[in-house]
Design a protein around this ligand. Sequence first.
Ligand code: NAD
Ligand code: SER
Length: 315
Amino acid sequence: MKNILVTGALGQIGSELVVELRKKYGRNSVVASDLKTPDPEVMKEGPYEIVDVTSRTSIENVVDKHKIDTIFHLAAILSAKGEQNPQLAFNVNIIGMYNVLEVGRDRKIQKIIVPSSIAAFGPDTPKDNTPNETILRPSTMYGVSKVAGELLGNYYFTKYGLDVRGVRFPGIISWKTPPGGGTTDYAVAIFYDAIKYGKYECFVREDTVLPMMYMPDAIKVLMDLAEADIKNLKHHCDYNVAAMSFSAKELAAEIQKIIPELKVTYKPDFRQKIADSWPRSLDDSAARNEWGWKPEYDIKKMTEEMIRELKKKLK
Ligand code: NAD
Ligand code: SER
């Protein structure tokens, strides 16, 4: 992992992953990339390139220019945005993944790390302690694209020996960069509105339970999986990873321990159906056994840190 490319680097996860990768591997070893020119502050932090993953040439040019040997492929359209524009989600998530794999095969990239999602599961999947190996029949284009990505990654590993690795992330909660249009975004938005207005209108029902993870754990997942000894990996692109599961009401109650004046109302919209199609909790024993995954944050620790950091940010 000498020269690393991160696609979708301006997004919720990429903006924090790039910082941690640069701390570990060196500022100039990590090339951040996304569709647009970022703020001057981001440009100053290290190498940055415009890369559109729907164009194979766009990826190839940057891979050649920077002699890239590792790709963290994060560019994607998330679930809610994907249901509003399934054609865009297909193009970015499936064609983009195919392009990254093809460049990987052609340019002999050593490692590709790519997140899948709990969206790979669907209404027929067992909802509690969902096994790693189970029914993958999603009901969203985002989910379809994530299953396709897992299968393509596994195929390129078997067929071409390309080292592709991935995890099924739950909803990611963070304070630095807002989420980019997912169904689990309420679990971030509630913190902003609690601090700014003391009230929040939640777009899923109060009894909606979903698996979630705090960003430092998500970064650890990606960096640890990238470094894991391939000899120990029996899976490749489809590891369940879990940290905490809670209902929207339980999250509100945890925040109210610190911000008692918070009032939450519930007005479910189209995202409720997406949330209802996903598991409530995951069995992540494969990740724990094969590469030592273990979360550090539970709902209490995450909530305390989110409120502390967001209060500073929103001052
Ligand atoms: P995000 O929406 O915050 O960021 C995605 C980035 O991709 C954006 O900056 C966007 O500009 C960029 N992008 C879109 N189209 C592109 C294109 N054609 N070429 C290049 N870049 C493009 O997403 P995120 O939350 O950072 O997610 C990163 C990865 O993690 C995705 O694969 C996502 O499916 C997965 N994931 C995220 C979550 C979560 O809760 N955040 C949960 C499960 C899985
Ligand atoms: N957080 C993501 C979403 O809601 C899950 O992949 O789309």
